[in-house]
Design a protein around this ligand. Structure first.
Ligand SMILES: N[C@@H](CCC(=O)N[C@@H](CS)C(=O)NCC(=O)O)C(=O)O
Length: 263
């Protein structure tokens, strides 16, 4: 058995960060990943380990110690397996990388708030706020890494943190018709995003999985919660993704049944 176990939800962006970091280090097989089904109440053994909290991923060491929060776990893995450094080692470069990483929480909250919105009257404002997030990243990259495509020479720490979010935001393209405008204000961040999502170390999930899994988010229900009239969450593991039809993209006018979603 691996010395380290990550308890995770497949297709969760925070869990994908860990998989990307481990892939970059050639250490993916040194850590066991144990799947948790969030459509059911968390098992007692898991709640005992976490002290009652339910957010994943958590990392468990061989002697049963628990770490929480993806950025904390990333740092732990970076320190534990230092031989292929993903984070910058030069203090100034590390600080620049950390400044960019600080944007992730607001970026994430904005994207999830947007996809979960159920009020058509708020769509324009949400789109504008999302664009502001991208414009902020664009400015930062233009200042610190105008040529790119990455912040430094290679896909590194900031890319590990942001790529899973760029991939999740495929749900905005599908359910909100959100696209980055073809304008200078987004040109640099577009190059960063496109290079990030196509990097070989970040291919753990597909657009198809994300769009199908996050249907219930697009209807306002997060984390395996059941929507009215439904018996199954889009977060269940069976049937597998290819067997499910693509969900209807018009989230404001139609609520798909379990049958329409192939659940
Ligand atoms: N800030 C946390 C966020 C973790 C998080 O929200 N995970 C989601 C899955 S994407 C989760 O576990 N949701 C279920 C829950 O909170 O009960 C991190 O970076 O690890």
């Amino acid at each position: 058995m691996a010395d380290l176990t990550v308890h995770h939800i497949p297709v969760c962006p925070f869990c994908q960060r860990l998989e990307i970091l481990l892939s970059l280090k050639g250490r993916r097989r040194d850590v066991g990943f144990r799947v948790v089904d969030v459509t059911r109440p968390r098992p007692d053994w898991l709640l005992k380990k976490t002290g009652g909290s339910t957010a994943l991923p958590i990392l468990e060491t061989a002697d049963g110690r628990i770490l929480k929060e993806s950025l904390v776990i990333l740092k732990y893995l970076e320190d534990l397996y230092p031989e292929r450094a993903v984070a910058q080692r030069d203090p100034y470069r590390r600080a620049v990388e950390n400044m960019l990483t600080m944007f992730e929480a607001a970026f994430c909250t904005q994207g999830y708030g947007y996809v979960m919105n159920q009020d058509p009257g708020k769509r324009d404002a949400l789109r504008e706020s999302m664009l502001k997030q991208y414009a902020g990243l664009n400015e930062f990259l233009n200042e610190h890494a105008p040529s790119g495509p990455f912040l430094f020479e290679e896909f590194g720490w900031a890319e590990t943190v942001f790529t899973p979010l760029f991939m999740r935001f495929w749900f905005l393209e599908y359910y909100e018709e959100f696209e980055l405008p073809d304008e200078e204000a987004y040109a640099r961040v577009r190059r960063w995003r496109d290079a990030c999502v196509s990097h070989p170390a970040a291919q753990q999930v597909t657009k198809e999985q994300i769009v199908k899994l996050y249907y219930d988010y697009a209807k306002g229900a997060g984390n395996g919660e059941l929507l009215p009239g439904r018996n199954r969450s889009s977060f269940i593991f069976e049937p597998d993704w290819p067997a499910r039809p693509w969900p209807p993209s018009d989230k404001y006018r139609h609520s798909a049944t379990d049958g329409e979603l192939g659940l």
